[in-house]
Ligand binder design. Structure first.
Ligand code: NAD
Ligand code: MG
Length: 395
């Protein structure tokens, strides 16, 4: 039996993870479930999955959880704060840690899981964008396993040979083809984009996801973050990654080889497939996902990405090429801008403007030999700068 910690249990990925976990009571059990503030949802999940620990980052919400679970026999030990997240990511009885917190907030517990040598099921792409070198080094030092949950990266992982870490060139890979749905505004007239509402941005045509990643998909910043994520996971650079817009989201990504072969992974757009793949790996286990019906899909379309329509994708490629602190700044500014858009403080098109302005305002520094505190300080400064730019736009 494998003990599992689910970081971000109440979110879209967390709920799908618990669904897969509950299908295999003979393989997995929940050791710890965590959330930010949602005590009600976490209480329900604790009643259903009976973890030994429950963590709410917010101490007030943790006290609320205590009272919600007061009558539960064998109730979990309730922890709070980031220290609580780090603690349940490194417990000896935990084998797998699902890293499904949204944003750079997931970095510390993900790093704790990697340092403790766990199998890290990585959904939280932002932690690789912010601290790729640190996280990959922690995995190498501790002997942890890092398995991608992001559907594209999971697909690429499945299309690569098992020894890909010797270098993509050495295993005959020419390039990675990273698919993107293009989001809900792929075909909208450009002049309509300034009036996009948070509701429209969150109504993704093929995937049902949390609000932040939904907005990122609409701006295609999500694909940009995924380019950076792929560089770290597969030891490559942005010039060996081609983004391919594929509206049906049936091909989850492809790998092109020197001999002309192209391998793809296909499936219905349901995150339980990559989750079950990474939890079962190297075995295959049931995910609850309907088998793909190619006759119902009928056709697969492909387009080149439009960098003028999606400036966030361009900014992410540029940041990936520059390296250093640029991806940290890109990510932090984007988190602030997306939150401001969801709060209706700025327009949809302002998101890219705030990110670009923040990148221009902060000098890019090397991250060579730098630790977590340095990265978090850059992240903090970028958030401050982005907030300042938003205030200036409003003012
Ligand atoms: P979500 O918003 O649905 O859930 C986020 C979870 O993180 C919740 O449990 C929330 O309580 C917790 N959380 C939020 N802020 C926190 C904080 N400051 N500290 C601690 N916990 C916090 O998000 P999601 O859609 O499940 O996405 C989670 C991660 O997975 C993101 O990094 C996203 O990019 C990635 N991802 C999601 C999908 C998807 O289909 N939803 C696909 C690929 C990758
Ligand atoms: Mg993805």
């Amino acid at each position: 039996m494998i003990g599992v910690t689910v970081l971000g249990a109440t979110g879209s990925i967390g709920v799908s993870t618990l669904d897969v976990l509950a299908r295999h009571p003979d393989r997995f059990y929940a050791v710890a479930l965590t959330a930010n503030t949602d005590a009600e949802r976490l209480a329900e999940q604790c009643r259903r999955h009976r973890p030994k620990y429950a963590v709410l980052v917010d101490p007030k919400a943790a006290r609320r959880l205590e009272s919600l679970l007061a009558d539960l026999p064998g109730r979990p030990e309730i922890l709070s704060g980031i220290a609580g997240l780090e603690q349940v990511s490194a417990l000896p009885e935990v084998g797998y840690v699902m890293a499904a917190i949204v944003g750079a907030a997931g970095l510390r517990p993900t790093l704790a899981a990697a340092r403790a040598g766990k199998r890290v099921l990585l959904a939280n792409k932002e932690s690789l964008v912010v601290a790729g070198a640190l996280l990959m080094q922690a995995v190498a030092d501790s002997g942890a396993e890092l398995l991608p949950i992001d559907s594209e990266h999971n697909a690429i992982f499945q299309c690569l040979p098992p020894n890909f870490s010797v270098g993509l060139e050495r295993v005959g890979v020419r390039r990675i083809l990273l698919t993107a749905s293009g989001g809900p505004f792929r075909d909208w007239p450009l002049e309509r984009l300034s009036s996009v509402t948070p509701e429209q941005a969150c109504a993704h045509p093929t995937w049902d996801m949390g609000r932040k990643i939904s907005v990122d998909s609409a701006t295609m910043m999500n694909k940009g973050l995924e380019v950076i994520e792929a560089c770290w996971l597969f030891g490559t650079d942005p010039d060996h990654i081609q983004v391919v817009v594929h509206p049906q989201s049936v091909i989850h990504s492809l790998v092109q080889y020197e001999d002309g072969s192209v391998l793809a992974q296909l499936g219905n757009p349901d995150m339980r497939t990559p989750i079950a793949h990474a939890m079962g790996w190297p075995e295959r286990i049931d995910s609850g996902v309907m088998p793909l019906d190619l006759f119902a899909v009928a056709r697969l379309d492909f387009q080149a990405p439009d960098f003028a329509r999606f400036p966030c994708l361009r900014l992410a490629f540029e940041s990936a090429r520059v390296g250093g602190t640029a991806p940290v700044v890109l990510n932090a500014a984007n988190e602030i801008a997306v939150a401001a858009f969801l709060d209706r403080r700025i327009d949809f098109l302002d998101i890219a403007a705030v990110v670009e302005g923040t990148l221009e305002a902060l000098p890019c520094e090397s991250v060579e030999g730098q630790g977590l505190e340095f990265l978090l300080e850059v992240d903090r400064r970028a958030r401050e700068q982005a907030e300042h730019l938003i205030e200036a736009r409003l003012g």
